[in-house]
Ligand binder design. Structure first.
Ligand SMILES: Cc1cc2nc3c(=O)[nH]c(=O)nc-3n(C[C@H](O)[C@H](O)[C@H](O)COP(=O)(O)OP(=O)(O)OC[C@H]3O[C@@H](n4cnc5c(N)ncnc54)[C@H](O)[C@@H]3O)c2cc1C
Length: 430
């Protein structure tokens, strides 16, 4: 069986990235920085870029390659917002903070597209919106309420009944849905590399193949050890999301990780492409075992869903995913699958990202629940502002709280995924 870690190199994104891998030699010897960033994905690079622009000496340490984690492998759907709707944010955190947070996360996709424009990142940005497609009437009622709420916040929103969404998506799988015009799509590995290029240009230093193996206090500073180097710094940002290791004790136990798998077809012939995703939106659906898909500018379909619970990829789940593609788009499913890959998604029990400061000078942002492109870009900005301007993030900080029964969750997730796929095959998915 193939390992998920190895599939970073076999993804469609690795094969088509227009942005080259940035210059990032491994850290050698002793170094100092104002801020060390651990993790070379969207969160860490956005933080590094914002800090370097503010004049800080920033050093990014990445265990593997820039974009090795979720940032270089994801579906490329840039979707604003959180799992909670604006009214739920106000109910949870109070009127003022909830409103500020809703405003900030509602504008998260803007941050991505603004960065792309500012740094001329060659990542095929398209702002055609995101459709959340409802698989059943109760789910439709929920997403229509969500659409109405975001509309009140000024978002460009469209709603669809069954006939309208069938026309828009080219499948009669769904009973309706809504379109969020703030969203769009990108080539995610190119975006990540583009952020890295911009951070370098702003003065940050990047070190790939430089896993932070030890992090400890050293007087008033932090000392970080890699295999070949040592970095001393007063401030550390940890931006390792689903790839979090044992560096910060207790951090991995605050997250559950699960694979997401993706397949890409050969380009659809023009006539087929005109029927499938006619508006050019990216799509995800409301099932618990949610599938997500988009058509690229060259008419390939990229189709994703939930993978295995561990590090090994499961052949049967790729086959099952192809089966779903065949159910939605039978003619597209007859085309060759040219690429398939996977990556790890970090889940939290309440579906919300986390901001932590477990010790003076240690800042952590992660837990995107499969929606980290827009939110990670924003999180990087928040972490940077916290360090250089002392600003609190709109998302309240929390303590590092391990998920109860963490060690037992993985088998439970594996069972849950198996059960969800079975229910889906039986037409019972919810
Ligand atoms: C298959 C898949 C599809 C997805 N689809 C979407 C989507 O369409 N839209 C969306 O918004 N989100 C999506 N996501 C989620 C999104 O990819 C992530 O939320 C986002 O990339 C997180 O970015 P990050 O920078 O926080 O973490 P990552 O990009 O995962 O980067 C973390 C990095 O930390 C490094 N690291 C770990 N430990 C150390 C250490 N000790 N020292 C140094 N470096 C270390 C890792 O090597 C890794 O490169 C998807 C995820 C997957 C896996």
């Amino acid at each position: 069986m193939a390992r998920s870690a190895d599939s970073a190199g076999t993804s469609l994104w690795a094969a088509t990235a227009e942005e080259p891998a940035p210059d990032a030699p491994a850290l050698q010897g002793e170094a100092e920085a104002d801020v060390a960033v651990i993790g070379g994905g969207v969160t860490g690079l956005s933080a590094a870029l914002n800090l370097a622009e503010a004049g800080a000496r920033v050093v990014v340490l990445e265990a593997r390659e820039i974009g090795f984690g979720g940032s270089g492998r994801n579906g490329g759907q840039v979707i604003p917002g959180l799992k909670l709707d604006p009214s739920e944010m106000r109910a949870k955190w109070g009127e003022a903070r909830g409103r500020t947070l809703a405003g900030a996360v509602g504008a998260a996709a803007d941050k991505v597209f603004a960065r792309i424009e500012k740094h001329a990142i060659r990542c095929a940005p398209l702002r055609n919106g995101w459709i959340q497609a409802a698989h059943a009437p109760p789910a439709l009622a929920r997403v229509l309420r969500r659409a109405a709420e975001w509309q009140q916040h000024g978002a460009p929103v469209t709603t669809f009944d069954a006939a309208a969404i069938a026309g828009r998506l080219g499948t009669s799988e769904y009973v309706g849905g809504w379109r969020d015009g703030r969203a769009g799509t990108i080539q995610p590995l190119s975006y990540t590399r583009g952020l890295a290029r911009a951070a370098l240009a702003a003065g940050a230093l990047l070190h790939a193949n430089s896993r932070a193996r030890l992090l400890r206090r050293d007087g008033a500073a932090w000392r970080i050890e890699t295999d070949a180097g040592v970095l001393r710094t007063p401030c550390v940002i940890v931006a390792t999301n689903a790839y979090t290791d044992r560096l910060v004790p207790g951090l991995a136990e605050t997250l559950l990780t699960v694979q997401s798998i993706l397949i890409a077809t050969a380009p659809l012939p023009e006539a087929m492409a005109a029927r499938i995703l006619a508006g050019g939106e990216c799509v995800s659906e409301t099932r618990r075992l949610a599938f997500y898909f988009r058509r690229l500018a060259d008419n390939r379909l990229v189709f994703g869903g939930r993978g295995a619970a561990g590090e090994e990829e499961r052949e049967s789940l790729f086959r099952a995913l192809h089966g779903i593609l065949a159910r939605l788009y039978p003619d597209a499913a007859r085309l060759p699958i040219t690429h398939r890959w996977s990556g790890q998604v970090a889940l939290t029990l309440d579906g919300l990202p986390r901001v932590h400061e477990p010790a003076p000078g240690l800042f952590i942002g992660l837990g995107y629940n499969g929606r980290g492109l827009a939110m990670g870009t924003l999180m990087g900005e928040w972490l940077a502002a916290r360090i250089h301007a002392g600003l609190e993030a709109p998302l309240p900080r929390t303590d590092l709280a391990p998920i109860p029964w963490h060690a037992l969750r993985k088998p439970a997730i594996a069972l849950g995924i198996g059960w969800a796929w079975t229910r889906d095959r039986m037409g019972l998915a919810g």
